[in-house]
Design a binder for this molecule. Structure first.
Ligand code: PLP
Length: 219
């Protein structure tokens, strides 16, 4: 099936109030154009330098989502244009985003990444770590960041129950912390090609789908 047909299929399985981020990492600009021409405007990349390279070659009204783990020294490459940073997993990273957003006279939407997977390889705050950060620092002082919600990745497994449990956990964390931020903290980014249907059932407002749209990646 073509990219256009894949997109249509994924969209049919989501609802219009869920943001579909088409994850275009490793894929050529021509694939992104094909999706864009079919009406897709939200795209996700997981490497700052790849994103920095693709962005000028593509239409200005694309909303670029940085979905991967970020090194602090790479924030400057994407701060001028990025629409949302999904994986804020330390106060140090938040402070660097604040600095670069201010330099560019922007307010950047960010999500807090939580570690919800039972496997130990994924990045993100644990709930305890997050409460420590909140006690020691005031995230709301970072005026050039608008914290919009949470992000998480489930374990890569066939076990549907486990995936569901992990997504449910993220939703619980979201419910527990949202009052500290206010009404704009309203987004839950969870769900990828293999598990976005479960994520939607568990309350996702943003899903990040790559291979189901663009096909398998060759690394
Ligand atoms: C690659 C990636 C995705 C998309 O993965 P697919 O399985 O191809 O849909 C989603 N989120 C993050 C953080 C990723 O790195």
């Amino acid at each position: 099936m073509s990219i256009k047909e894949n997109l249509k299929k994924v969209k049919e399985e989501t609802s219009p109030n869920i943001t579909l981020v088409a994850v275009s990492k490793t894929k050529p600009v021509s694939d992104i154009i094909e999706a864009y021409d079919a009406g897709q405007v939200d795209f996700g990349e997981n490497k700052a330098q790849e994103l920095q390279k693709k962005q000028p070659e593509l239409p200005d009204d694309i909303r670029w989502h940085m979905i991967g783990h970020m090194q602090r020294n790479k924030v400057k490459y994407i701060a001028p244009f990025v629409h949302m940073i999904h994986a804020v997993d330390s106060y140090k990273l938040a402070k660097e985003i604040q600095k670069q957003a201010a330099k560019n006279d922007r307010v950047i939407d960010c999500l807090l990444q939580f570690h919800i997977a039972e496997e130990s390889t994924k990045f993100g705050f644990s709930k305890d770590e997050f409460f420590e950060v909140m006690q020691e620092n005031n995230l709301l002082e970072l005026k050039n960041i608008r914290f919009r919600g949470v992000m998480g990745m489930a374990t890569f497994t066939e076990e549907q129950d486990q995936i569901r449990r992990e997504f449910r956990h993220l939703k619980q964390i979201f419910d527990q912390i949202k009052d500290q931020f206010g009404p704009e903290f309203d987004q839950i980014s969870m769900g990828m090609s293999q598990d976005y249907k479960i994520a939607i059932e568990e309350g996702a407002t943003i899903i990040r789908v790559g291979s189901s749209i663009f096909g398998a990646r060759n690394y």
